[in-house]
Design a binder for this molecule. Structure first.
Ligand code: COA
Length: 333
């Protein structure tokens, strides 16, 4: 069986910055509260005409450039998103058309903020079997468009963005293990109740704001604090590794307190934990690939480094992945 690794990473973030000071003018909140409870200083917000497929396409082209892969070589595109451009066609199909990936199958995957890890797992399996050779995995979300900007308990948390990576065969290293899970009984703790087949959009639904993110923050927090550590440990065990073997933890960027709890469970020192939640807030399925892109740009992902990606999200879902970062020479052409 061939191994699968990441050949190239890309990202796309909107230009507009929304600071905590801006939010103070919109809802009854304060910079101090947001910093203390979440670690977020600012987030990026898409323009009115910018959708998930726009950011996803830009991130995809960035990743293809980094991977030195021609768009025509792609044989599969998976877009992990909770904010598709529309119910159908899939956002992945819109991206496929936008970037001109004529030879790629394309579909969306919905696993909330864990979506990127779920999609990465599928891409790795697809490449390992030899059935697919160049899979583009994208995490893209424009959560600002399903956020109730009058609800201070949610609107301070989220931001927009996209991250992408090309998964392809490698001679050594690459993805060593993955672990995915879900607890659907907690689905009502984090949901967008309306707009689907259970509660189609209507004037009444819009009036009640049921088309926005609804969240029981404390419950999601408790789940996240427990599951981020557990999922990481399970993935490490499957890889035959110990927490002390980890060079870098790249967790879903939802809340600095959740990240700190995961780091503590693995007994990792702060320099081994990647954090950018302060600059982007929670960008949903985009959070992990954006973080991977920035960790790489900052020199934290040298070849041979052992990395754990871990996330949680709506579903409730969770997942982790252990990989050894590849050099350009590791690519199996
Ligand atoms: N500004 C000021 N005060 C706020 C506020 C805000 N933006 N949001 C809530 N509060 C108030 C609450 O009303 C509450 O007041 P009360 O004690 O008078 O009732 C108080 O702050 C404490 O709220 P609480 O919900 O207990 O805070 P918390 O410490 O649990 O932090 C979250 C809230 C949302 C930051 C935290 O629960 C969290 O991060 N949960 C996980 C959310 C998440 O990651 N979701 C996405 C998953 S992918």
């Amino acid at each position: 069986m061939v191994r699968a690794g990441i050949w190239g990473v890309g990202k796309a973030i909107p230009e507009k910055v929304l600071t905590n000071a801006d939010l103070e003018k919109m809802v009854d909140t304060s910079h101090e509260w947001i910093i203390e409870r979440t670690g977020i200083v600012e987030r990026r917000i898409a323009s009115p005409e910018q959708s998930s497929s726009d950011l996803a396409s830009a991130a995809a082209l960035d990743a293809l450039r980094a991977a030195e892969v021609d768009v025509g070589e792609l044989d599969m595109i998976i877009v992990a998103t909770a904010t598709p451009d529309m119910v159908f066609p899939a956002t992945a199909c819109l991206v496929q058309a936008e970037i001109g990936a004529k030879n790629a199958a394309a579909f969306d995957l919905l696993a909330g903020c864990t979506g990127f890890i779920y999609a990465l797992d599928l891409a790795v399996r697809a490449v390992e079997t030899g059935a697919y050779k160049r899979v583009l995995v994208i995490g893209a979300d424009v959560l600002s468009k399903i956020t109730n900007w009058r609800d201070r308990t949610t609107c301070v948390l989220f931001g927009d963005g996209a991250g992408a990576c090309v998964v392809a065969p490698v001679k050594r290293g690459g993805v060593i293990s993955t672990y995915l899970g879900a607890d659907g009984s907690g689905g009502d703790k984090l949901s967008v109740p309306a707009g689907g087949s259970r509660l189609p959009l209507s004037a009444e639904v819009l009036e009640q704001g049921l088309h926005y993110i609804h969240m029981v923050g404390k419950e999601v927090f408790k789940f996240a604090v427990r599951i981020m550590g557990e999922a990481s440990l399970e993935a490490l065990q499957r890889a035959g590794l110990q927490p002390e073997d980890v060079d870098l933890l790249i967790p879903h960027q939802a809340n600095i307190r959740i990240i700190d709890a995961a780091a503590k469970r693995l007994d990792l020192s702060p320099e081994k934990v990647f954090v950018n939640v302060d600059r982007y807030g929670n960008t949903g399925a985009a959070s992990i690939p954006i973080a991977v892109h920035e960790a790489l740009a900052q020199g934290g992902l040298l070849p041979g480094k052992r990395v754990v990606l871990v996330g949680f999200g709506a579903g409730l879902t969770y997942g982790a992945c252990v990989l050894e970062w590849n050099s350009r020479e590791d690519r199996l052409l």
